[in-house]
Design a protein around this ligand. Structure first.
Ligand code: GDD
Length: 317
């Protein structure tokens, strides 16, 4: 097996499977028992990262040359509500994976650990766009667990000579993303309004925050390039390099609809604390891999909105 994706049952997993298979790789994908992966041509395994022995058995049998670690509790909002789950999945999960790899004899795969732009958190004035050397000041439990994963990865790379590349991925969006996340949520609300399933009142949280959005297809291409060309023990930002406010993102979506929509703040969508700006400096990614984005934010939002419209039988625009 060329590539194993741990935690492929989520939003990003199916895009990464397709990216790797189209490059001719033989791909294995793990998922939780209740999840499903409907892409033909890859081998699918049920795996719970809480069970280190199961990971070891899988690795011993298939000895993948590359391991992509996507498995995570990936929602900042959920981490406020369930900090323990977030710690268990995001910190213990990576420990179990790295220890399982170490326990397999004569086995030296390349490993990509996917962290988050949220790790940087509350920045000093003038730090944006944020480079990988910036100090971390995480602003929520999710970000703490991802910063911890990054540190665990660099300790294992240095101490045991493991070929681990760490990523800090900024916001990525696309068709199939859960409406837990802002762009998917807003695109779904608009399509529901156009279909007549919902009053034309858009529920929103904090519109002042600025985030760096990329198309998930650009992001998985960056992961595949970093797996091949990233330097072991190093961390790479993956983002667009340009932050927009959530208000601007909302305006881009509203401009794509002919409905007259009013906007209403929903207190349940506000977080106890929300980092004001997160914007990536992607110079290192570009220089080491030659990566650049293929999709604009407007294109990606249109694709998401039109996908929902098709699901509801509303004409696409
Ligand atoms: N979810 C949501 N829903 N967020 C809203 C809403 C809303 O109705 N209104 C405003 N927001 C704001 C949030 O407060 C936050 O500032 C921003 O929109 C983005 O929120 P999310 O889309 O939920 O993503 P996130 O930034 O918390 O986390 C995502 O990006 C990280 C990288 O920066 C996730 O994809 C993480 O897994 C990822 O690591």
């Amino acid at each position: 097996m060329d590539s194993l994706i741990i935690g492929a049952g989520g939003f990003v997993g199916s895009y990464l499977i397709q990216e790797l298979m189209s490059a001719g790789k033989s791909v294995g994908a793990t998922k939780l028992p209740h999840e499903s992966i409907r892409i033909g041509g890859c081998e699918v395994f049920d795996l719970d990262l809480a069970k280190e022995n199961d990971i070891r058995l899988l690795l011993q049998t298939h000895r993948p040359a590359q391991i992509y670690h996507l498995a995570a509790q990936s929602s900042v909002a959920v981490s406020w509500k369930d900090p323990e789950l977030t710690v268990d999945v995001n910190i213990k999960g990576v420990l179990h994976l790295l220890e399982a790899i170490r326990s397999v004899e004569d086995y030296y795969p390349r490993i990509l650990l996917v962290g988050s732009g949220e790790e940087y958190g509350y920045l000093r004035h003038g730090a944006c766009p944020i480079s990988e050397t910036e100090a971390l000041h995480p602003g929520n439990l999710y970000a703490v667990t991802k910063a911890c994963q990054n540190m665990i990865g660099s300790v294992y790379a240095r101490a045991y000579g493991m070929a681990i590349v760490m990523v800090r991925a900024f916001n990525h969006i696309g068709v199939g993303q859960s409406p837990q996340f802002v762009a998917a949520d807003f695109a779904l609300q608009i399509a529901e309004m156009e279909a007549g399933f919902r009053d034309p009142v858009m529920k929103v949280g904090n519109l002042a925050a600025k985030r760096d959005f990329s198309d998930v297809r650009d992001v998985v291409r960056a992961y595949a390039l970093l797996m091949e060309k990233g330097r072991a023990g190093e961390t790479y930002n993956v983002g667009s390099g340009h932050a927009v406010s959530i208000q601007e993102l909302l305006d881009m979506l509203l401009e794509q609809s002919t409905q007259s929509i009013t906007v209403q703040q929903d207190p349940d969508r506000m977080r106890p604390s929300d980092v004001p700006v997160i914007e990536a400096d992607v110079t290192k990614l570009r220089e080491d891999t030659g990566w650049s984005a293929d999709y604009t934010l407007e294109e990606t939002l249109r694709t998401m909105l039109n996908h929902n419209r098709r699901n509801f039988g509303v004409p696409v625009k």
